[in-house]
Design a protein around this ligand. Structure first.
Ligand code: FAD
Length: 436
């Protein structure tokens, strides 16, 4: 039988967050049945990926599909598979594209099917960095797990059921490490985090911010081992991991290991075909790459961040959503000889674990000014940090903010107000933001 060959006006390659929001935008702008396809390696319609390290792992009332399909994460409509079929948008699932020939506008799947397009949106996201990539001894043992997609999350849930109340070592002190440590602790595991840096989330947190989270986690019973890395693993006769060997010689018992040491944008299919920069596919302010008619959105795009006048790549869900909407609006406007304003993004990151939640807007450069109560033992903890560069506030972090307060810090990061007196800013704290 000849391999499948299909043609679409628009193809979205990847079926994650950016794909779901792009599809919704196509729906809003108007798309004829049969014009649009989403091709995804995953077996399910686009969903809100952040749920995997939060609600999906809750001990009670855990989130499950179809509950968190896009676009519920931003308070929008939940696009069930029926939504796509009603609109005539084809969901081509469980299909990995292994070759992209942009000159002939052809994608080829692992099974040999070909898909041609007029306009392509690349939304392949990131893959996790694995310890096996670095040949870490014993890293292929059972129950050494990663988290990027539903299949990974299901493996973690199965391991949690098999190793109830056991010992977990979390390798990595970033987003994934912090959120998963909390989730596993809530499931009654004995949790130890290991990371090489002097404090957690060093890419964003200052030592003052990290002081709170490390203290809060310790108070919840999570052990933290800093300044060393996992150098190898021990396993039993079944190949199940039993211990993590640290570089400093210590050995930690483990029934489950979860590794969160970062990701890499999935751009290899386009190497040599599309201009790249800073590890991503370089785009203009409308997310069009160096190849006309080929767009890159979400984690894979290195785009002009107008506010800071530089090219950036952002691996966060808010940008995945907004870049998708911008690209589709630009594509549709171009077709009718119109244009849309340039993308003008304000970086926004957030995280939640236990009963704590933080938000960050802007840029974490310059001098940091910690304010508020960052005592982890305090019942009324609320604190934050400003970043001041060239006499202006360029970034704001806030733990425990209300909706209004979070809106206020976003306004500050966008407006970049001048600060004459940094000491006064520290004393004024959150009020500086709420009065703007
Ligand atoms: P993805 O959502 O990763 O989607 C990429 C899709 O492309 C996937 O479906 C993948 O299978 C598919 N694909 C890739 N290659 C191929 C191929 N060759 N053929 C076919 N399909 C392919 N961000 C935050 O701001 N806050 C958070 O709290 C937060 N939590 C997170 C928790 C977890 C567990 C993870 C993994 C990420 C989290 N993020 C968070 C980051 C956020 O989810 C990503 O930035 C966002 O999903 C990026 O969207 P995307 O569409 O670019 O990529």
């Amino acid at each position: 039988m000849a391999a499948e060959a299909k043609h679409f006006k628009y193809v979205i390659l990847g079926g994650g967050v950016a794909a779901g929001y792009a599809a919704r935008e196509f729906g809003k702008q108007g798309v004829n049945p049969g014009e649009l396809a989403i091709i995804s390696k995953e077996p399910v319609a686009p969903y809100e990926r952040p749920a995997l390290s939060k609600g999906y792992l809750f001990p009670e009332n855990a989130a499950r599909l179809p509950g968190f399909h896009t676009c519920v994460g931003s308070g929008g409509e939940r696009l069930l598979p029926e939504w796509y079929s009603e609109k005539g948008i084809e969901l081509i699932l469980s299909t990995e594209i292994v070759k992209a020939d942009l000159a002939s506008k052809t994608l080829t799947s692992a099974a040999g099917a070909t898909f041609t397009y007029e306009t392509l949106l690349i939304a392949t996201g990131s893959s996790v960095i694995k310890l096996t990539d670095y040949g870490v001894q014993g890293a292929e043992s059972n129950n050494i797990l990663y988290l990027r997609d539903i299949a990974d999350a299901d493996k973690l849930v199965a391991a949690m059921q098999a190793k109830k109340d056991g010992k977990v070592v979390i390798v990595g002190g970033g987003y994934i490490g912090l959120e998963l440590s909390a989730a596993l602790k809530m499931n009654n595991f004995d949790v130890t985090m290991v990371y090489p840096e002097p404090w957690c989330m060093p890419r964003l947190f200052t030592s003052g911010i990290a002081h709170f989270y490390e203290g809060y986690y310790s108070n919840k019973g999570i052990k933290i081992v800093k300044g060393t890395v996992a150098a190898g693993f021990e396993a039993d006769a079944n190949g199940d991991v039993t211990a993590v060997k640290l570089k400093d010689g210590r050995v930690l018992e483990a029934d489950i290991v979860v590794v969160g040491v970062g990701g890499r944008p999935l751009t290899a299919l386009f190497k040599g075909q599309v201009a790249d920069e800073k590890g991503g596919l370089k785009t203009d302010a409308f997310f069009e790459t160096s190849v006309p008619g080929v767009y890159a959105i979400g984690d894979v795009a290195t785009f002009p961040l107008k506010l800071y006048n530089e090219q950036r790549r952002v691996e966060h869900v808010d940008h995945a959503r907004k870049s998708a909407e911008q690209a589709v609006q630009a594509i549709k406007a171009k077709e009718s000889g119109e244009s849309v304003p340039e993308y003008d993004y304000l970086p926004y990151f957030y995280s939640r674990s236990f009963d704590i939640a933080w938000q960050f807007y802007g840029d974490n450069v310059g001098d940091d000014v910690l304010f508020g109560d960052n005592n982890p033992a305090s019942a009324n903890h609320k604190f934050g940090s400003y970043w001041v560069k060239d006499g202006k506030v360029v970034g704001v972090f806030l733990e425990g903010g209300s909706a209004e307060e979070n809106q206020a810090i976003a306004r500050v990061a966008r407006a970049q107000p001048a600060v004459a007196d940094v000491e006064a800013l520290k004393t004024e704290g959150l009020e500086f933001a709420t009065k703007i």
